[in-house]
Write a protein that binds this ligand. Sequence first.
Ligand code: UDX
Length: 437
Amino acid sequence: MKISVIGCGYLGAVHAAAMAELGHEVIGIDVDPAKIAQLSVGSAPFFEPGLPEVLTSALASGRLRFSTDIAEAADAQMHFVAVGTPQKVGSYAADLSYVDAAVTALLPHLAPGSLVVGKSTVPVGTAARLAALIEASDSGASLAWNPEFLREGFAVQDTLTPDRLVYGVPSGAAGEHATALLNEVYAVAIAADTPLVVTDYATAELVKVSANAFLATKISFINAMAEIAEVTGADVTQLADAIGFDDRIGRKFLGAGVGFGGGCLPKDIRAFTARAEELGKGESIAFLKEVDKINLRRRQRVVDLTIAALGDHVYTSKVAVLGLSFKPHSDDVRDSPSLDVAVQLHGLGVDVVATDPQAIENARVRHPQLRYEDSLEETLRGADVVVLVTEWPEFRTLDPVWAGSLVRTQVVVDGRNSYDPSAWRDAGWAYHGLGRP
Ligand code: UDX
């Protein structure tokens, strides 16, 4: 099928490449000429494992092109809208200006029978509003909402082999038409018996935000237990193992630590809160404000533990911060707890040296005041406290004896509970985890 993907960020670039890989003829559109130039030569504008390979093979097949000109999307039968919905400045609500601009720009190019497919995460009610806009354009096109559940770091795999498909479609014949077209586009996943939920717009929109709200709540739940563990001497990692054996609970997303970040969970729970308040149902999800607060307190806890370890030497000490991206296998520093910890420590007068395998350049753009170092060895050399905040494999497997030979003082703050405390203590370190004795 001929398809267009509007917006070539973390979501759209992967979607465009993956759809071409699946055999469709794809044009990726973005307003940023630099991004389009880069993608056109098969270079990914951000770090995502597997993306360069899929991009290169899709471009070589001739089925993938990129352009800044939305008119080139005109002959596509399906238009995926994959632009960002960041948090509005000064508000909890989502900024829908990019979604609105994308759909408005598409209107003059929509052919009869074509389908606009929203993939961006939006407040419930957005799809109905956009469907009315498309209807009023008399283009003969219609709208479906097809939320995306990909995880950064696994985005290619999650797009090629999704764990579920959700279609929000209008009722009647228009809905049947939209479902048939989406089934054609996702034929490979459908043939593999991927669970499919065909529903209305509101449900499809809510599936996405409630999935992210649930994941955020699960992480904050275990981090709240970490706070209780800290005043009782309990060990939250053992607690998580023990409750995780109950398959109604499950061990996934019970990793206590510095908390969640990234371009999705934090802003999605805030936008959901704002939307519920608009709908007069703020109290139904008021607990998400607590989820957010618990999450932000864990960043503070890592800063406090580090400052306490430095004692009277805050201004004369070096702190090595391991990790800047919001999670491993990503260069994304949007709302990253790791970068936040580094910035806060620097603001308190500490000499911070931070390293990350992929995210240094993105971090530097946002916070040029920090000192960055490519080499792990140089980051550790002469440090008074080592703070692990993003559990990249090379940091998780750090040898405490080798690290101990480089630092000035052997103190580690393990912001992801990634280390074996006894191995580090045996190697002479003072070990501080989160919610662990
Ligand atoms: C998330 C959802 O998982 C995905 O389905 C949705 O499409 C987009 O948002 P992503 O932002 O890529 O994906 O990251 P995810 O793997 O969910 O991690 C989010 C954050 O939670 C990270 O900062 C991670 O470090 C943190 N986390 C995760 C924990 O602190 N503890 C855990 O146990 C798991």
